[in-house]
Write a protein that binds this ligand. Structure first.
Ligand SMILES: [Zn+2]
Length: 307
């Protein structure tokens, strides 16, 4: 979307395609942001952050709808990263903790792994698909790695986000109710510490304003407005999920194929060309009903002859 709008990277000072909020203000929970830019403005007098002219100028900015899948996936990544960061800061990210995380993932039927890249100290981990991320949001119990009170707070943050995600996709939800709920979730995310540091009165908070990401900003400030505008379809009508699935299918079809013939030397075409070629042929087969004309090839098992 940033490319289509000629917009700079989402981690820059002006990170939001819809409003003029800046990075310094992203974690300010008293600030209220609304969709304030318009396509005319971007065309004629681009606000800061719009580095190129937009590609699709005929589409009004309010029709660029953020999609709920990416909001969930990216916020999930941030929440998970914050958990691991906390364990690392406390020097708790050790074999024992990793084993506990793996066991908890197994309990909720997710295949997950940690590994170290050769020659580095950094731990990588399985990047989960959307469905597994949902399961973690709903079921992962952080009590396995945190003390009771802390785990309670973090579990609450994850469960409430899961509920928000479901409401995002629902057509029945009232946008102003959703706005309140999203705001409360951000407040929970930003729970400040209480009491005096290093005394018995001290109670740790959750995260800092600078931990807030552009996707969280969109969730809290703009999504309710989009829901209001597009309620008759529901936001899921604009979802990228089917496109993502398609992308996944094409990429896996491509790699399945190339794995088999191992590249064809100078005859090799670019990956994107092959994918489109494959797509074209599948469409042709589907339209002409070729599949029904020929029976499926039978699998033949050839046993190695024993000498
Ligand atoms: Zn904004």
């Amino acid at each position: 979307m940033a490319i289509v709008l000629g917009f700079n990277a989402p981690n820059s000072k002006h990170f939001c395609p819809w409003c003029l909020c800046t990075k310094e203000n992203i974690g300010n929970k008293h600030k209220v942001c609304v969709i304030e830019k318009t396509m005319d403005q971007i065309k004629l007098k681009p606000p800061p952050g719009h580095v190129k002219s937009p590609l699709l100028q005929m589409i009004p900015l309010s029709h660029y709808v953020p999609d709920e899948l990416h909001i969930m996936l990216r916020i999930w990544d941030r929440l998970w990263d914050l958990v691991l960061q906390e364990l690392k800061t406390q020097n708790q990210f050790n074999d024992l903790t990793r084993a506990k995380i793996l066991a908890e993932m197994r309990r909720i039927s997710i295949s997950f792994n940690f590994w170290q890249e050769q020659g580095t100290q950094n731990w990588s981990y399985t990047s989960l698909m959307g469905g597994d991320k949902e399961k973690v949001l709903k079921n992962f119990n952080f009590r396995v790695v945190f003390a009771e009170e802390r785990a309670f707070l973090i579990n609450q943050l994850w469960r409430n986000f899961y509920e928000l995600y479901n409401n995002m996709k629902s057509q029945k939800i009232n946008p102003s109710h959703f706005a309140d709920q999203a705001k409360q979730w951000l407040d929970l995310f930003l729970t400040p510490f209480q009491g005096k540091p290093n005394t018995i009165t001290f109670k740790m908070g959750l995260y800092r304003p600078k931990d807030v990401t552009p996707y969280m900003h969109v969730l809290v400030h703009h999504l309710p407005e989009f829901m209001e505008q597009h309620q008759k379809f529901g936001l899921s009508a604009f979802s990228c999920a089917p496109v993502k699935k398609k992308n996944h299918d094409q990429v896996s079809a491509f790699f399945r194929k190339t794995m088999k013939d191992g590249g064809k030397g100078i005859e090799r075409k670019s990956a994107i060309f092959e994918i489109l070629h494959y797509e074209n042929r599948s469409l042709y087969f589907a339209q002409k009903g070729t599949i029904d004309k020929y029976s499926k090839p039978q699998h033949i098992h050839v046993k190695k002859l024993k000498k």
